[in-house]
Design a protein around this ligand. Structure first.
Ligand code: OAD
Length: 228
């Protein structure tokens, strides 16, 4: 089977009811990145950061995967599908996709502020963390999120996977955030790249095919194109 690599961003979860970041009404219009998504914010106001991610987790409990996520599971019948997501939600997992890499961390996990390999998965009924919640070594728990200014530990693995892509699909990302956005440049020269997004993203390139639709409609078109 051919390798189908899919890079997803906030737009694939938009139809599930999770706001994107940079569209009008997006999350970064309501909060500033500097206040809630940097290591400096965590030092300056951990309560605000904790509240922000507790709210994101609460919202995640209230939403369901949409056909954008489900269509990618369908594609596993025909391709070796590898998803590389910038999203911190777990909607790809809940839809049933098998191979998922989270470049920017995972909302449902928390980790020790001091020991990055001490990671815990929160239960749905216990989704909130509080200042004072500690790891087994006595250090504060923090969101398992890659904040702006932090290294992206899964990047190397994502690059290796992208280099082996026979087809790359990009869904619902403005390709504004690096290094994630740079992944599109790691494909082989002849690898076709399909972009599903209702708005224009990136640049024109002979190998890039645009499906200018929302994720759930766009994925139906993609399945038809790839099956043909
Ligand atoms: P953005 O908010 O930057 O981009 C969302 C993209 O989704 C845009 O290109 C929209 O046009 C598109 N979109 C909107 N509705 C859609 C729909 N129904 N179907 C498909 N696409 C749709 O989000 P990301 O590119 O994911 O990082 O942002 C990247 C990173 O920036 C995030 O992972 C997050 C953020 O700051 C961290 O928090 C570390």
């Amino acid at each position: 089977m051919k390798n189908l690599v899919v890079l997803t961003g906030a737009g694939i979860s938009a139809e599930s009811g999770i706001s994107t970041f940079r569209d009008s009404g997006g999350l970064w219009e309501q909060y500033s990145i500097e206040d809630v998504a940097t290591p400096e914010a965590w030092v300056k106001n951990p309560q605000l950061v904790t509240d922000f991610y507790n709210q994101r987790r609460k919202q995640l409990l209230e939403v369901e995967p949409n056909y954008g996520h489900i269509g990618l599971v369908e594609l596993e019948k025909y391709f070796n599908v590898q998803i590389i997501t910038q999203n911190v939600d777990n909607l790809h997992e809940r839809a049933g996709s098998k191979n998922i890499i989270h470049l920017h961390g995972e909302l449902i996990k928390v980790r020790s502020e001091r020991f990055e390999n001490i990671i815990y998965e929160l239960k749905p009924e216990n989704y909130e963390i509080k200042i004072g919640d500690k790891c087994e070594k006595g250090y504060q728990l923090r969101p398992h999120i890659v904040w702006f200014g932090e290294a992206v530990p899964m990047l190397e693995q994502a690059v290796k996977i992208t280099e082996k892509a026979d087809i790359l699909v990009v869904i619902g990302t403005s390709l504004n955030v690096y290094p994630a956005a740079s992944l599109v440049h790691y494909t082989r020269r002849d690898t076709p790249i399909y972009i599903i997004d209702p708005n224009s993203v990136a640049i024109n390139n002979p190998n890039w095919y645009y499906i200018k639709k929302g994720a759930s409609e766009g994925i139906k078109d993609l399945i038809e194109i790839l099956k043909a």
